[in-house]
Design a protein around this ligand. Structure first.
Ligand code: ZN
Length: 175
């Protein structure tokens, strides 16, 4: 997820897979083995996320179909790695806010999300982690877990917003 939805995202990355890439449309595979390779992957994901100014990144966004995501706490800047995260509870109460995605640079759109979610995952050592998230944190969780399941924000926005963004994307591609 981008740091600030309204902010103009940089378009410089070779590594970020952009909307339209089929890798963003497939469900990622569960991680069954821990080890140094996974640690290297998470390090790379932090590098890409930080370089691109993101606050969350899911592995398919760099072309890896594995259930791993990294995120930074919006206030403390502390970084976390989650393996096989899943939402086990979501509030009925929702919030609509503008959301951006590193795979759709420059296009933010309104997305309705649950105000609170509970996420279960494991960390790099295989220890179980439970996160009770609200507000922006809950939004990051829902956004990145969506990526691991093959969904992007265009699937979650209103039809009016979707039409607007798809038109912008088409206009951009025209010479
Ligand atoms: Zn995203």
């Amino acid at each position: 997820m981008s740091r600030s939805p309204g902010e103009k995202a940089r378009l410089s990355s070779d590594n970020i897979r952009l909307f339209g890439d089929p890798v963003l449309r497939e469900e990622s595979k569960e991680i069954t083995e821990l080890g140094p390779e996974l640690e290297r992957l998470s390090k790379l994901m932090f590098e890409v996320m930080d370089r691109e100014g993101g606050i969350g990144l899911a592995a398919p966004q760099i072309g890896i179909q594995r259930k791993i995501m990294v995120w930074r706490h919006p206030e403390t800047e502390q970084g976390y790695v989650l393996l096989n995260p899943r939402i086990v509870e979501r509030s009925e109460e929702t919030v609509t806010a503008s959301e951006g995605c590193l795979s759709l640079p420059g296009h933010s759109m309104d997305v309705e999300r649950a105000e609170r979610v509970v996420v279960e995952a494991v960390d790099l050592r295989g220890e179980p982690v439970t996160i009770e998230a609200a507000g922006l944190l809950a939004r990051i969780m829902q956004h990145e877990i969506d990526h691991l399941e093959g969904h992007v924000i265009l699937d979650r926005t209103t039809s009016t917003e979707r039409r607007r963004v798809l038109k912008d994307l088409r206009d951009q591609m025209e010479p």
